[in-house]
Ligand binder design. Structure first.
Ligand SMILES: Nc1ncnc2c1ncn2[C@@H]1O[C@H](COP(=O)(O)OP(=O)(O)OP(=O)(O)O)[C@@H](O)[C@H]1O
Length: 233
């Protein structure tokens, strides 16, 4: 479904990605792991067309997307929950959701407001609250449901549980498990390894702009030295 092939990305004169390759297949959950500053967000920005790649190729559903503008990539069916949430503070919860709603893939039964609210019931009680009146956890849930309102086939989450209380985090993980069960493909960047090892099939570890390890949850769980070296856990 998504193939990232040998991409190189630069910010001005500083090269950040040095030939990153990874894939996400239909209905699969894949993680990008690594310490801070290793290039995970830049990989996501490159996929979404927010930062242009200098070399390499990115293919989604058989189509090269690496020269497309960000809006066109989103329209093809990739939904992003960006780092830092970025919800609209002066719109209500309902308005935030409607603002991004689109059935871009002409899904047979696109998500309705009620569908996505059933994933995070506490947002249903906050429909008329403004974005800036929500707790951090509620804002994060809103960022997820907002991405879902675009009916993406691939959902990308960049540090979606950062700074959240454990119970709220758990709700987000449960929601992702449900989305996976519904057939969504998900690419997730997060630091909660335990949750990720339960949710994801495959993991990619990045260091200094390269993917230095790929494997499944059993391999990752069984390799203490690997986790200590690249993830510091
Ligand atoms: N807009 C930018 N301009 C210049 N350098 C940047 C920019 N954004 C990120 N970088 C640099 O690129 C490198 C990779 O950053 P990136 O955000 O992709 O890493 P990351 O693995 O996602 O880490 P984090 O979890 O801290 O976001 C870092 O050295 C960072 O300082």
């Amino acid at each position: 479904m998504l193939e990232v092939d040998q991409i190189e990305t630069v910010y001005g004169k500083s090269q950040v990605l040095f030939g990153v390759s990874m894939t996400v297949r239909e209905g699969e959950v894949v993680t990008l792991l690594g310490r801070n500053g290793m290039g995970k967000s830049t990989t996501v920005r490159s996929i979404m067309g927010l930062t242009p790649i200098r070399r390499g190729r990115i293919v989604f559903d058989g189509r090269a997307i690496d020269r497309l503008p960000a809006y066109a990539i989103a329209r093809l069916g990739i939904g992003l929950v960006p780092e830092g949430r970025q919800i609209f503070p002066n719109l209500t919860v309902r308005e935030n959701m409607v603002a991004t709603a689109a059935n871009r893939q002409n899904a047979k039964s696109p998500y309705t407001l009620d569908d996505v609210l059933s994933i995070f019931p506490r947002l249903a009680d906050r429909l008329n609250h403004y974005g800036n009146q929500l707790s951090g956890g509620e804002q994060q849930m809103l960022a997820v449901v907002r991405a879902l309102m675009t009916n993406p086939r691939l959902l990308i989450l960049d540090e979606a549980t950062e700074g959240l209380a454990p119970l709220v985090r758990k709700e987000i993980w449960q929601a992702l498990a449900m989305l996976k069960a519904n057939g969504h493909a998900i690419l997730v960047i997060d630091k909660n390894l335990d949750a990720l090892m339960k949710l994801a099939e495959r993991h990619c570890i990045m260091e200094n702009g390269r993917v230095v390890w790929r494997g499944n949850s059993v391999e990752l769980a069984g390799d203490d030295a690997l986790r200590a070296r690249y993830l510091g856990v």
